[in-house]
Design a binder for this molecule. Sequence first.
Ligand code: IMP
Ligand code: MG
Length: 178
Amino acid sequence: MKDDFREILFTSEQIAERIKELGAEITKDYAGKKLMLLGVLKGCFVFLADIGRHIDLDCEIRFLTASSYGFSSVSSGKVNIEKEIEFNVSGRDVLIIEDILDSGITLTALHALVAKNKPASLKTCTLLDKPERRQVPFTTDYTGFICPNEFVVGYGLDYGESYRNLPYVAVLKPEIYS
Ligand code: IMP
Ligand code: MG
């Protein structure tokens, strides 16, 4: 499978170290509060499992589902997200956990959906941020790494539902998706 990648961008050791720092920062920022970690499926599942174990607070873990890519390496611009949230976020301190901020379309839509339900506070945390790809302005409150403008897979991120289980983040060779 290593033949499918051009390079490894972030090794599992680098990711583990960064997540430890982020977890400590979040623990400090939300001290004394009960936090709701709201993961965006499916890409968040590895990141949330790892960062959650570095947040030393009482956490409620919830998930929402979003999808835009399908079998493509470029965003369709349309996001499918749930129309309503099935659990109570009102008055809660909510932290959205997402794999990557790319065009900004997904997080903008999710942020609006959660905000509509009147949380006490609402912040976002992504493992990766690709600022060069932004189509709508969005900034995260907690970012793991700035990612170059390349299609990446691993550590939860997929191409056509493959590669999510890689322990690192790698750049997929363009011939795989073109
Ligand atoms: P956005 O709405 O364009 O910000 O896209 C966010 C979603 O697109 C993420 O949750 C990912 O599922 C997907 N995505 C964006 N960039 C990549 C990438 O480089 N590799 C894999 N998935 C990506
Ligand atoms: Mg995806």
